[in-house]
Design a binder for this molecule. Structure first.
Ligand SMILES: Nc1ncnc2c1ncn2[C@@H]1O[C@H](COP(=O)(O)OP(=O)(O)OP(=O)(O)O)[C@@H](O)[C@H]1O
Ligand SMILES: [Mg+2]
Length: 222
């Protein structure tokens, strides 16, 4: 696989921009071998709220949060021309071979393999990095609603600056969630993945990375 992309749930807040991104991904899939993995978005937020109120068992919260990704994936497929949902790595490979965009619904494979800790440090970012490794992807793109990883939350801190390049070790040292989850650095340090955090509100940046250019984004290197 050329690349595995996580489509952030945050992008659903702006319908026209998400539709434009999905149209572009459908086009890109015609001549790049790519797989999309859904984020959890508001579906996962509901699980987080229930967990806060009811203190769910870790396994239950983890499995429910991954089912949230399946739900967002079904929705994404419905607005993405030329896409197909699949539950398997082979299905993803088959669809991408014929120029379709596979949208991998992860719950089935994740419950069978169960490779990651059951904690909120693991979210769709880490799950997508794991899947990218299983697919043998060269690139991992975490597509979200801000330009990349900043020195602080750009939505609350006007002084926050974009970090254009960060090592896995430095990302790991931050120890707090940024636009990506805390566990991600542990997975990408094991894999040989070229990893980018990029703003999906600008679909041309996503295409640029897949065409081996370097647009405004954060690159995470070894
Ligand atoms: N240091 C930081 N750098 C960049 N963004 C940050 C940082 N700290 C917090 N954020 C917030 O992270 C958000 C993106 O992550 P978030 O998990 O909300 O979305 P997502 O990963 O696209 O969606 P989902 O997790 O639902 O798939 C940004 O909108 C931003 O407000
Ligand atoms: Mg997220």
């Amino acid at each position: 696989m050329d690349a595995t992309l996580k489509i952030g749930g945050s992008l659903a807040e702006e319908p026209e921009r998400l539709r434009a991104l999905c149209r572009e991904l459908g086009e890109i899939a015609k001549n790049h071998r790519i797989t999309a993995v859904p984020g959890g978005g508001r579906f996962a937020d509901v699980v987080r709220e229930l967990d806060e109120r009811f203190h769910l068992h870790d396994n239950v919260a983890h499995n429910m949060a991954i089912l949230a990704m399946d739900q967002y994936g079904m929705f994404l497929s419905s607005i993405t021309p030329g896409s197909r949902t699949t539950c398997t790595l082979d299905g993803a490979r088959r669809h991408s071979e014929v120029g379709l965009l596979p949208i991998l619904l992860p719950s089935r494979m994740m419950s069978r393999a169960d490779p990651l800790p059951h904690s909120w440090e693991v979210t769709s970012d880490s799950i997508t990095a794991y899947i990218a490794g299983e697919l043998g992807s060269e690139k991992l793109l975490l597509v979200t609603d801000v330009d990349g990883v900043y020195t602080g939350d750009p939505k609350n801190d006007p002084a926050a600056e974009l970090i254009e390049e960060i090592s896995v070790a430095d990302l790991s040292k931050r120890g707090v969630r940024t636009s990506v989850d805390v566990y991600l650095s542990k997975i990408i340090s094991k894999a040989t993945l070229d990893c980018y955090v990029v703003n999906g509100r600008y679909p041309e940046r996503v295409r640029a990375i897949l065409d081996n250019e370097l647009p405004r984004c954060t690159r995470i290197r070894d």
